[in-house]
Design a protein around this ligand. Structure first.
Ligand code: ATR
Length: 271
């Protein structure tokens, strides 16, 4: 049976084995998918062991996405722009390719939610790995402007330098006063049950406030966005399933249906 895995540290809470097992059933694919806890200083060894035991491909999550980028024999354009790899696969000649499906996962989830990205102006909060990975795919989807705001403005400027003038970097206090139909929280503030400290007026005309993190309860950013007048609030569970679906497609050539898997994950989280 073809073997796949997700590598991370920690990895115990990963939803990926559940998601890919559901995809495999849905698409009638014979495969196994496991979670592998790689030591923080031995990701490459852990991956090589897996390959020696017959591993065909993998997902890579924190803190190894940059190391995966270095390890691959070649990387896709979108992985280059992200500076990170979340999906490994081999070609026919045995070369290891690195791709990044996080950004397209977000774009697909936004489209599933009925957001028209064409000519849309986006306020993107945060300038870590999560943010870097989605800017390119959002631009490719036709957005007119990405205002990239970060608590530490220099980090936003360093990401914006890889893109054209459609990406505007600033600190939270310098966010331009204009309507933002879509506001995305790509900060890790939710881990400490906080929200990015921006002025509420930026969400007055917001159709969708999207938090790339998720929890059983609405995140601090989602609850606050609602109070500021954002019409709809969504967490990042859909993005998680959608990025997995893109990886599955790379490996198996089949596009799984996201909706039933997302429903089951939401049920599990609510328990
Ligand atoms: P990731 O790979 O998940 O993006 P990261 O690279 O550590 O993680 O980046 C975390 C991001 O969340 C950064 O943009 C960070 O802001 P700073 O660059 O100013 O540190 C942001 N962040 C974390 N906690 C935050 C908080 N409470 N308020 C606002 N931004 C926060």
């Amino acid at each position: 049976m073809d073997r796949y895995a997700v590598f991370g540290n920690p990895i115990g809470q990963s939803k990926s084995p559940f998601i890919h097992t559901q995809f495999a059933e849905q698409c009638q694919q014979q495969l196994s998918y496991e979670a592998i806890l790689a030591p923080v200083d031995a990701f490459a060894d852990s991956w090589q062991t897996f390959v020696a035991q017959g591993g065909c491909g993998a997902n890579v999550t924190a803190p190894f996405k940059q190391q995966a980028y270095q390890l691959a024999d070649s990387v896709s354009e979108r992985a280059k722009l992200a500076g990170a790899v979340n999906t490994f696969y081999f070609d026919e000649s045995g070369k290891l390719h690195g791709d990044n499906t996080d950004g397209i996962g977000l774009v697909n989830d936004l489209q599933r939610l009925g957001i028209n990205l064409n000519a849309c102006r986006i306020l993107l909060l945060g300038a870590g790995g999560a943010s870097r990975g989605v800017v390119g795919p959002l631009l490719d989807a036709g957005v007119s402007q990405v205002v990239l705001a970060n608590r530490t403005p220099e980090k936003a400027h360093s990401i914006a330098a890889s893109f054209d003038s459609r990406v505007l970097a600033c600190g939270f206090a310098q966010i331009p006063h204009q309507p933002y139909p879509l506001v995305i929280n790509a900060t890790s503030s939710g881990l400490s049950h906080q929200r990015p400290d921006i002025a509420g007026e930026h969400l007055q005309h917001t159709e969708l406030a999207y938090d790339m993190s998720y929890a059983a309860q609405p995140t601090a950013f989602m609850s606050w966005s609602k109070q500021q007048g954002a019409k709809q609030q969504v967490d990042g569970l859909g993005m998680l399933v959608a990025q997995a679906a893109e990886a599955f497609y790379i490996w198996r050539g089949k596009k799984p249906d996201i909706a039933p898997v997302l429903t089951r994950l939401k049920q599990q989280l609510a328990i």
